[in-house]
Design a protein around this ligand. Structure first.
Ligand SMILES: NC(=O)C1=CN([C@@H]2O[C@H](COP(=O)(O)OP(=O)(O)OC[C@H]3O[C@@H](n4cnc5c(N)ncnc54)[C@H](OP(=O)(O)O)[C@@H]3O)[C@@H](O)[C@H]2O)C=CC1
Ligand SMILES: O=C([O-])CC(=O)C(=O)O
Length: 258
């Protein structure tokens, strides 16, 4: 049986675990002290990083949040265990991004950045070389997905769409740490300075929509992903777990994990 690690056991982690037959993988999940989510029989909870590393999983899937990336991922990579990172926005901290790059240069394991809730990143990586390239990323979700943010701003988007945010990928990722990882994936692919980010609450949105509009000497492109929300978390696209599973299959080059 293959042993794999998880950081966190929420919506995305549950989606990852349920993508595999229970008898094919034994999961070790690093949880916060005191956390007690319902776990299937093939998921064992640990509350200390050394216990996760000591179990020698073949790879770890981070699906907890940006703070968890900063707290745990460098040590896991230093221990030679490759890690697929969902909370890509953590890399807007240049010190953390440098630390992870240095670990890799010194022979540590690979940090894998999946496409997550969107796609088309290969196109953005290609035009990143062009100085005139400009990319606009828009996260458009129904008001129900932005309830807390609308309440904080004292606004309602019941009838008309409402722009909640417009700014740089760094500002966006800091302002929406749990929800704009996709924006930072776009920024890492195209180049942080080439990307502007918008967040829109849209009563007409039928799913979690990610729009990418790109313009450069190579031409123009527009991508639109209308994602079904995960059943138990309207802010997270169900696609995210599928993308992490695909990245894991590629990383381990294991038949049946592709
Ligand atoms: N790249 C992409 O496109 C996307 C990335 N994401 C990222 O994936 C993350 C997970 O998403 P989702 O599953 O929907 O979120 P959930 O809130 O459903 O689950 C996150 C889980 O991680 C746990 N957790 C948080 N911090 C820690 C920690 N330091 N140590 C251990 N466990 C921790 C939480 O526990 P507790 O409740 O105790 O805090 C919770 O159970 C998001 O925060 C986001 O960063 C999500 C969607 C798309
Ligand atoms: O799942 C989504 O639609 C996007 C998301 O939460 C993120 O980018 O963090």
């Amino acid at each position: 049986m293959l042993t794999l690690g998880l950081i966190g056991y929420g919506t995305v982690a549950r989606g990852i675990v349920s993508a595999f037959p229970p008898d094919s993988i034994g999961w070790i999940a690093l949880l916060r002290d005191g956390a007690s989510p319902a776990l299937p029989a093939n998921v064992r909870a640990v509350t200390r990083l050394d216990m996760l590393i000591g179990a020698r999983p073949k790879a770890v899937m981070e699906a907890a949040g940006q703070e968890a990336v900063a707290s745990y991922v460098p040590a896991i990579l230093e221990a030679g265990i490759p890690t697929v990172i969902a909370s890509i926005g953590a890399l807007c901290d240049p010190a953390l991004a440098d630390r992870i790059a240095t670990i890799r240069r010194k022979g540590g394991a690979r940090a894998v950045l999946p496409a997550g809730a969107l796609g088309g990143l290969d196109y953005l990586r290609a035009i990143a070389a062009l100085p005139d390239a400009r990319v606009r990323y828009t996260s458009r979700k129904p008001p129900s997905a932005w309830q807390a943010e609308l309440a904080t701003l004292g606004l309602s988007a019941e009838h008309e769409e409402l722009m909640l945010f417009e700014g740089t990928p760094d500002e966006a990722t800091r302002a929406y740490p749990k929800n704009l990882n996709a924006a930072f994936a776009v920024a890492l692919a195209a180049g942080v300075g080439k990307v502007t980010v918008r967040v829109i609450a849209d009563p007409k949105a039928t799913g979690n929509t990610h729009e990418i509009e790109a313009e450069s000497a190579a031409g123009t492109a527009s991508f639109r992903f209308t994602n079904a929300p995960a059943p138990d978390n309207p802010k997270t696209s169900a696609l995210t777990a599928l993308s992490l599973v695909a990245a894991l299959g590629e990383l381990l080059d294991v038949e049946g994990l592709r």
